[in-house]
Structure formats: C-alpha cells, structure tokens
Write a protein that binds this ligand. Structure first.
Ligand SMILES: Cc1cc2nc3c(=O)[nH]c(=O)nc-3n(C[C@H](O)[C@H](O)[C@H](O)COP(=O)(O)OP(=O)(O)OC[C@H]3O[C@@H](n4cnc5c(N)ncnc54)[C@H](O)[C@@H]3O)c2cc1C
Length: 500
C-alpha cells in the first residue's frame, strides 16, 4: 500500500522542503531515485562504442556523471531527441540500442547518503503516472527495454515475473506494475504521497510568514506578488519559496487540504490529464466520451455489443487506432471519422515500420479499404476520411460534413473523441503560459513546451521552478530520464552537495 495521508501534510515556511516534485510518473520516479542519493558513475573498464564520448569519459573516470559538465559530455550526440542531456543519459544506459545492439549500460550506481536531497513526490494515482490511465492491454509503441528506469532493467523484471514481450513490446499493465515495483525496490516509497492533487503553486517570500494566508489566491495572477522578493541564484542569499497547496486523500477516504513550502518545485505532471475537445455542439452529452477507458468500461458493463448502433471513433492517431482494434475484437460496429486524407504522409501509421507494428498497419489498411466511398472486406467498420463533426444531438445522432461541404447524419450509440490531450496546468498562474516558449500560447509538448535551460531543466522564466518530461518537450520514457539527470545535477550544485 502506498502512503496516503495519515498525518496532516504540513511543511512550515520556516522549515521548507528542498524539493517538491509534482507528478509521480516515470519522470518523477527517476528524479526521486537520483535525489535519494543514487549517483551514476562510469563502470570501470567499460568502453563506450561512441569513440568521442568514450574519450571524454576517460578524462575524469572517477567523477560521477551528475558532477561532470553535461554540456561538454553531450556535445555532438545525435539521436531521436532534441535534448542533449536526454541523448546523453540514454546512450549511457543503452549504448547502441538505436543500431539494434544490446550492449549493456556503461553506468554503475552508487548510493551516497550524504548526497540525499529530501523531497516529496505528489501524484494523483499510484506511482507510474499516465501508465495507470492507459488501457492495460495496450501494447507499447516503444521497445520494452526503452521503458525501463535506471539500474533495474525492464527485461530482467519481466523474466523474473515470467512474462514475455510481444514483438519486443510490453503491455501498459506490465509497465505500470514495473514502475510501482521500481519505487518499492529502490526504497523510494517514503517520498511518495499518492492520492494528492496539487491545486495551487505560488512563489512567496520566506520572511512573510504571517501573510501567507492573505496571499492573493487568484491563480490567474502572475507568479510573483508584489510582496515577494525575486529569487536569487545564489542559495546563500535570501530566496523566495514556493507554496504548494492541494487536496490529499486520507486513509479513511476523506479529502484533506494541505499546504507545503519548498525551495524548488519540479513540474512532472505529464500531458495526459486533459483530453482535447472538438469544441462542437453536444460534445458534453452523456454518450460522448474523450477517453479510451470509457469504451472498455462500456463493454465491461455490457452497454455495448455487436447488436448496438455503431460507435463513433474520432481521430487518426494511435489511441483512436487502439480503440478501433478493441472494438473490432469485441465485434462492435464502428464509424471512424478523421479530418485527414487516408494517404496523408503525416499520418502516424506511415512513420511506423510494418514489421514491428502490424496491428496499426491493419487499422490503416481498414481506413483505406473500407471507406464510405468503397466497401471492402472488413465487417462492422466504415471510415469517413476528410470529415468534420458538426454536432451531436440528444437523440444520439451525429452530424458530419465532408470535404465538399455535404452534411450527413448517422445514428450512433456512443462517441469516443480521441484526438490527443493537453497538460493541465491550472494550478499555475496563467495556466503555466508565462513559462512556455511562446508565452502567448498554451503549453503544448510538441508545439510549445515549457522553456527550460537544456542543461538544468530550470525554467528560463522562473528560477527554482523546473519542468521535466513531455512538459519540457521530452515525449518518450527513454528520454524523460535525461531531464531528471539534469535537474538532479543542478539541485546538487545548488545544495552544495559536492562529491565526497
Ligand atoms: C496512449 C499512450 C501511449 C504511450 N506510449 C508510449 C510508448 O510506447 N513509449 C514511450 O516512451 N512513451 C509512451 N507514451 C508517453 C509516456 O506516457 C510519457 O512519455 C510518460 O508517461 C511521461 O512521464 P511523466 O512522468 O513525465 O508524466 P506522466 O506519466 O503523465 O505522469 C504524470 C502524473 O502526474 C499526475 N498529475 C498531473 N497533474 C497533477 C496535479 N496537479 N497534482 C498531482 N498529480 C498530478 C498525472 O495524473 C500523472 O499521473 C504514451 C502515452 C500515451 C498517452
């Protein structure tokens, strides 16, 4: 059982926590591991296949990676991420994985008690983040090995559990279980408080203790209220603190407000919490859903079966494809609507190798071969390419418009709008927009991530605040870990926790 609140969670402003991490997914877990005094060194006698990196690593073999110059080490590395530190940690953990190699990590992890930075990890669900919300039977896009966290290989955990990978890929349920196991095995449980939702983060002055209650509670105001001193880089001078408020589930099931103070706050809240909306009339009707889990729920509750009116699935990404596969498996009739052409080269299916992802290619084939314009071999499925949804009606009719402006109506039983999701940063002033690369647009992992220093992941626009994971533009588990390394390195320097 993970800790729910059994005592009031109060951290006073006079004795703030060094670090609060918001979000308990892979990013938060990996950072907690590093802040718990687990320090990476290069294994003696290891030889990295990247000759330039190997030469650099030989220069200071006794210095841990967190204490080295990350900019220097990562310079010139290339790969599937734009973040140099993400590439660095990935290539140290999985030296030749992009060339289908299986060479072991060149890192060894030492526990150094003096370098522990006390911290709390707050999260809505169990440790594992988004992986507890993703349908358990879904197969990962990434290879199983790329889902692992430092110093506990995913494949070793799988073989201990006597479970196998499918086409080198794992199920979301296995991944979620592995992350929970990781937290327990690495002794991190004490840092995690599950069942907590952060509702408010604000910068406050440490010497304004008595005025905390009077702080402006308008979360749309900017980060700094006028009474707050600007945070300084030098930790010996007077710094501001962050006030982190939220609601926590207690052991007896009730909810309790909490308030903690921290010198540094790490945003690791991912981007899976707020599904994107179409913004059309009737979208809030009860038969219209925005999560794949609602489809599974409906099947489980026997609200849907092969005799039902078709369900509508909107979207042409992998979650929509997962929904189609699930419905197909249960013989539930599907109408599948999406805005793009079936042959649009930008469709995700065109970017996935056929051999590794046969199921997604099958969906793409169905989209092409069984459209409204031509009937194909697939039962219980019809695709509506280049169609927009105009509205949903109370009598469960959905009105569509095709590319020529023609409108049509279909009876449906339920609708599932699976067109992506957005981060939910309502707990930050101006929904975190002030922190984004373009501070006039909402934060978006692909188009407008939070603007961070690439070697510390500290927010450019707010010192003491850091962002990791998709919020900072790192969208895959193998790459979110580099952000955690950068943050740990920065915090160790700030805390003056120099190597022993
Ligand atoms: C359907 C799907 C399939 C995917 N497949 C892959 C794949 O194959 N390979 C891969 O590498 N990546 C995949 N990803 C991406 C992967 O999920 C993310 O890269 C990864 O989970 C990011 O980790 P994180 O810790 O930054 O965020 P998350 O895993 O999203 O965890 C953040 C957690 O913080 C919680 N949180 C948010 N706001 C608050 C708050 N205010 N208070 C408290 N807690 C809060 C959230 O509820 C969540 O549990 C997939 C994502 C989805 C949605």
């Amino acid at each position: 059982m993970y800790s729910l609140l059994n005592t009031p969670l109060e951290v006073s402003p006079s004795k703030p926590l060094p670090v609060v991490i918001i979000g308990n997914g892979p990013s938060g877990i990996c950072l907690s591991y590093l802040l718990s005094g687990n320090i990476p060194y290069i294994k003696r006698d290891s030889v990295h296949p990247h000759p330039i990196l190997q030469r650099k690593l030989e220069e200071t073999p006794a210095v841990s990676i967190v204490d080295q110059n990350l900019e220097y080490l990562s310079e010139g590395l290339e790969g599937r991420s734009h973040s140099p530190v993400a590439l660095l940690l990935d290539v140290l953990l999985r030296p030749d994985t992009d060339f289908s190699g299986t060479e072991e990590s060149v890192l060894t992890w030492w526990h150094e008690a003096k370098r522990v930075i006390p911290h709390l990890v707050l999260g809505k669900n169990l440790p594992g983040g988004a992986w507890h919300s993703i349908e358990g039977s879904m197969i990962t896009l990434s290879q199983g090995d790329w889902m692992g966290l430092p110093d506990l290989q995913f494949k070793d955990w799988m073989s201990k559990k006597r479970r196998g990978l499918r086409n080198n890929r794992a199920t979301a349920a296995d991944i979620a279980q592995y992350y929970q196991h990781y937290v327990a095995k690495k002794g991190l449980k004490k840092n995690f408080i599950c069942g907590t939702v952060v509702t408010y983060v604000k910068k406050v002055s440490p010497d304004a203790n008595s005025s905390y209650e009077q702080q402006d509670s308008d979360i749309n105001s900017s980060f700094c209220s006028s009474s707050v001193k600007p945070m300084e880089d030098d930790h010996t001078t007077c710094r501001s603190l962050f006030q982190v408020d939220g609601l926590a589930k207690t052991i007896n099931g009730s909810q309790q407000q909490f308030s903690v103070y921290a010198e540094n706050v790490i945003l690791a809240t991912g981007t899976y919490d707020s599904p994107s909306l179409l913004g059309v009339k009737g979208e809030t009707l009860s038969f219209v859903h925005h999560k794949l889990s609602a489809l599974e729920e409906a099947v489980k509750n026997k609200d849907l079966d092969m005799m039902s009116d078709p369900i509508l699935i909107v979207g042409a990404g992998l979650t929509a494809a997962d929904a189609i596969l699930f419905a197909h498996h249960c013989n539930i009739p599907v109408i599948h609507a999406f805005r793009r052409r079936v042959n649009d080269p930008g469709l995700i299916f065109n970017q996935l190798p056929k051999m590794m992802y046969p199921e997604y290619h099958k969906v793409h084939q169905m989209m092409k071969e069984q459209s409204i314009a031509c009937s194909g071999p697939y039962e219980c499925y019809v695709s509506l390419p280049e169609h927009h949804i105009l509205s949903f009606k109370e009598d469960k009719k959905c009105i569509f418009q095709d590319k020529n402006g023609h409108q049509k109506a279909y009876n449906i039983s339920m609708a599932f709008i699976l067109i992506g999701s957005n981060p939910n940063l309502t707990f930050l002033p101006s929904n975190g927009m002030d922190l984004a690369m373009d501070n006039e647009q909402p934060v978006n992992p692909k188009r407008n991530p939070i603007d961070v220093d690439p070697f510390t992941y500290e927010c450019i626009h707010e010192k003491g605040l850091y962002a990791i994971g998709p919020l900072a533009g790192d969208n895959f588990v193998r790459f979110v870990q580099g952000g955690a390394l950068a943050v740990a390195s920065s915090l160790l320097k700030k805390a003056n926790k120099n190597p022993p």
